[in-house]
Design a protein around this ligand. Structure first.
Ligand SMILES: [Zn+2]
Length: 141
């Protein structure tokens, strides 16, 4: 949680036909976003990419993270210290795999993005540890 004030969620998440998503996404993208999967560290497209741009949700194309907030967490996943706009991502308590973590999903469509941890190195104190498979980088023209 980066803000004291909860953000009201008024928009209804978009829903996508699973068969259409399966056809459009790679198996890894489908696995991560639709079944809360996790890609192997150092395997994804973006963990070591430092280009300028905006990272969008791979499912609904909402802009979620800015490259300016990306940092090298050394963990093998793309990591950000904040969301582009707070209400673009939704944080949920996740007690799977014997751990208590905070899952991060796309507010626009419910796609699983990754987890957020309270050990970030910047003033936000947050480390949004995302899956490359959930994101697509839109570079400036
Ligand atoms: Zn989305």
């Amino acid at each position: 949680m980066t803000n004291a004030e909860p953000t009201p969620k008024t928009a209804t998440p978009k829903t996508f036909d699973p068969a259409a998503l399966k056809a459009r996404l790679t198996p890894e993208q489908f696995h991560v976003t639709q079944t809360a999967g996790t890609e192997a560290p150092f395997s994804g497209e973006y963990w070591n990419v430092w280009d300028d741009g905006t990272y969008h949700c791979v499912v609904c194309d909402e802009p979620l993270f800015d490259s300016a907030t990306k940092f090298d967490a050394g963990c093998g996943w793309p990591s950000f210290d904040r969301a582009l706009v707070d209400d673009k991502v939704t944080e949920k308590r996740d007690v799977s795999h014997g751990m208590v973590r905070t899952e991060v999903v796309c507010t626009g469509c419910g796609a699983h993005l990754g987890h957020v941890f309270p050990d970030g190195p910047t003033e936000t104190g947050a480390r949004y540890c995302m899956n490359s498979a959930s994101l697509t980088l839109a570079k400036p023209e």
